[in-house]
Write a protein that binds this ligand. Structure first.
Ligand SMILES: C[S@@+](CC[C@H](N)C(=O)[O-])C[C@H]1O[C@@H](n2cnc3c(N)ncnc32)[C@H](O)[C@@H]1O
Length: 246
């Protein structure tokens, strides 16, 4: 399963959604990018786990002393290094590392970020300085639930305990203080069915969505018919944020 995930991300080699036309309405006053800015200053050292091709780091992370972005996909890191060259940004490095086998120094980073990727809070705790912060953003079980229910499958579909709860408890168990779990409510509107297709082909929301199979297309068409609004095709997202302090 782990190899399958690695190969899936290696094949994609980017995590950019710029070609997909959609809008978002955010219903929670907790914005990941703003939280990063609140927790850092020009002297901060940040580690971004599962950084993909560095899209978020290069576009949204503040300038600071050091940012290391890591990913287990060498293709992602290759693309991240190209994006870095084109960005003109300084003090940023990208390299291959498995989040479950971290080799970063102990007591080194002020902030570890992990957006939509797997984490091991025990290893993150070790690499953080005293009073260093952890910031996680994840995709929860009930994300795109109507759609997943129609397909009878999808990301976290069969989880008995929501992944937000599992992560929250793992962060507490690793020894973090001031741990908070924040549910994040977002509604997205996709401009056309093709935009929604593009999302589903690119992401693991439905696990191996195959737009070439008529049966898959028929279910999706039904979803589009039932969820088309004046703003576009509605997709209800359920994310979560977790913060903690070493
Ligand atoms: C859904 S993408 C998120 C990318 C980026 N953090 C963002 O939010 O835009 C997940 C990324 O995590 C990486 N990843 C998944 N499992 C990993 C692991 N065990 N170690 C390192 N990276 C991993 C994937 O290669 C992929 O680039």
């Amino acid at each position: 399963m782990k190899n399958k995930e690695h190969d899936y991300y290696d094949k994609l080699a980017n995590w950019s959604f710029e070609d997909i036309n959609y809008t978002s309405e955010v219903f929670t006053d907790w914005i990941y990018e703003q939280e990063i800015k609140k927790l850092t200053n020009e002297y901060s050292k940040i580690l971004d786990l599962g950084t993909a091709a560095g899209e978020k780091v290069l576009k949204t992370f503040p300038d600071c002393a050091e940012i290391l972005g890591t990913d287990f996909s060498s293709k992602m890191i290759e693309a991240a290094n190209k994006n870095l060259l084109n960005s003109g940004r300084k003090n940023i490095t990208f390299r291959v590392m498995n989040n479950l086998n971290m080799d970063t120094p102990d007591n080194y980073f002020d902030l570890v970020t992990a957006r939509h990727t797997i984490t091991d809070p025990v290893q993150i705790y070790k690499t953080l300085k005293e009073n260093g912060r952890l910031l996680i953003r994840g995709v929860d079980k009930l994300d795109c639930w109507l759609l997943k229910k129609m397909f009878g499958r999808g990301q976290c579909y069969y989880d008995t305990k929501p992944i937000s709860q599992v992560d929250f408890e793992a962060v507490i168990d690793a020894g973090f203080k001031d741990v908070e779990l924040i549910p994040l409510h977002v509604v997205e509107y996709y401009q056309t069915p093709e935009d929604l297709y593009a999302l589903l082909v690119k992401t693991p929301i439905l696990d191996d969505f195959d737009e070439k199979l008529p049966i898959e297309n028929n279910i999706l068409k039904k979803y589009v018919d039932q969820n088309t609004t004046q703003k576009g095709i509605k997709l209800v997202r359920r994310y979560y944020g977790i913060t903690g302090k070493k």
